[in-house]
Ligand binder design. Structure first.
Ligand SMILES: Cc1ncc(COP(=O)(O)O)c(C=O)c1O
Length: 415
């Protein structure tokens, strides 16, 4: 596979970046690993791995409650990450950053607090047809409990939100709108600024599922004016088990606590409990301290890159893959919106996606196959699942060439 050493066509120094990801330097089934499952989870650079080890080697202690040196160090580093996240998404205050275990946890938190507080029988929650199960089921649970209705924005054949339908759907009954910034199955980048603006005009609150967006594009929550935004560290070169729920202060203040326990309280008696200030009101129990501390290294890594160049590089990877697959007989691209980020989904008319995934794995290529936790979208499209290649900054054009050649070889064998 000499093409792996091919010259990069973009200004991102991918070879140098790859050196920072030890996991990429291995053979799988006798071939160099080509990791194209980044939408599921990205790989971690050396600085993140070192930060995890460093935390446990040098300062492991519980946070916020201790007065000894290690506890103070751990607390300071934990809070340093909060400030890094605040800067990263341009939140107005660090208190607007709540640490969770991931995107799913953040959405459930909002559904069970804001949803429980403001939804009444006959009220409506709007999501879209391309949502991940994480942004469907929490709303179904709370809508069922409160007698509210879940409405779904339809999509076009290319995989874009039907904004005309969305406009018609909004009414004084709409309480919450919750949509993905970027679809994990289609790769569509949704016009969330417009989604938010229209929802606010109707008097609704908006949660953005930014799980697939944060790693690919700069996010400014104040400019977007979203009320809430949820994402996961593990999809942005950070550790698993760490996530962020951003909320405007007034919205977080309005929301009742979610889980009860240590840290989220101010005073507890058997008669009654008062709650802690933001953000601790939503951070019950011991969090993933080492993960949060190491998450800062992931943010530092992203910030150290030229994000415009990275976006151009990733866009080039996506469009080359789209073009290459689009030229093949018997391959159908799923999700052809003009504005996409990081994800290419496709189906073959002859080969089941599970078989396709296994044949690619036999050549060292890791993709994801199945419904990608978007079963309602699959039903809508009349398919069972797709093959999904998803990209990160460390992927190369040579890997795309190798992937496309392997797809062609697989198809040729099936003729
Ligand atoms: C769009 C989207 N939302 C939510 C999630 C759930 O993220 P997590 O499993 O990290 O909570 C994912 C994960 O793939 C996703 O792609």
């Amino acid at each position: 596979m000499t093409t792996l050493e091919a010259i990069q066509t973009t200004p991102v120094d991918v070879a140098k970046i790859r050196e920072q990801f030890p996991v990429l330097d291995q053979q799988v089934n006798g071939y160099p690993l080509v990791y194209l499952d980044n939408a599921a989870t990205s790989q971690k650079p050396r600085i993140v791995l070192d930060a995890i080890a460093g935390y446990y080697e040098k300062e492991n202690a519980n946070i916020h409650r201790g007065i000894h040196t290690l506890a103070e160090k751990a607390t300071a580093d934990f809070e340093l990450t909060r400030r890094a996240v605040q800067g990263f998404i341009h939140a107005a205050e660090p208190e607007e950053i709540v640490f969770t275990s991931g995107t799913t946890a953040g959405i459930n938190l909002v559904a069970q607090t804001l949803g429980r507080k403001i939804l009444h029988p006959g009220d409506e929650v709007i999501i879209s047809a391309m949502e991940h199960h994480s942004n469907i089921v929490p709303w179904q649970l709370i809508c069922e409990e409160k007698g509210a209705m879940l409405k779904v924005i339809p999509i076009t054949d290319e995989g874009e939100l039907r904004m005309d339908e969305y406009r018609n759907m909004l009414s004084s009954r709409t309480r919450i709108v919750s949509v993905a910034y970027v679809s994990n199955t289609l790769g569509t980048v949704n016009p969330v600024a417009e989604v938010i603006r229209l929802a606010h005009e109707a008097g609704a609150r908006v949660l953005i599922d930014a799980a697939q967006a944060v790693v690919h594009m700069p996010i400014d929550v104040q400019e977007l004016d979203c009320d809430l935004l949820s994402f996961s560290a593990h999809k942005m070169y950070g550790p698993t088990g760490v996530g962020v729920l951003y909320g405007k202060r007034e919205v977080l203040e309005f929301m009742p606590p979610y889980q009860g326990g240590g840290e989220m309280i101010r005073e507890v008696t058997f008669a009654c409990t008062t709650y802690n200030d933001l953000p601790y009101k939503f951070e019950a129990g011991t969090p993933n301290i080492g993960g949060v501390v190491a998450f800062k290294a992931a943010i530092d890594f992203i910030v150290s890159l030229d994000r415009t160049a990275v976006a151009a590089h990733e866009e080039a990877l996506v469009s080359k893959t789209m073009q290459g697959l689009g030229d093949l007989d018997g391959i159908r691209l799923i999700g052809t919106a003009p504005h996409k980020a990081g994800v290419v989904s496709f189906v073959s008319d002859k080969i089941h996606h599970f078989d396709f995934g296994m044949m690619l794995d036999a050549k060292g290529i890791a993709i994801r196959t199945g419904h990608h936790c978007t079963e309602p979208l699959m039903n809508l499209l009349g398919i069972e699942g797709t093959n999904r290649a998803s990209f990160a900054v460390y992927n190369t054009m040579a890997e795309v060439d190798y992937f496309l050649q392997t797809v062609r070889d697989i198809l040729a064998r099936k003729k």
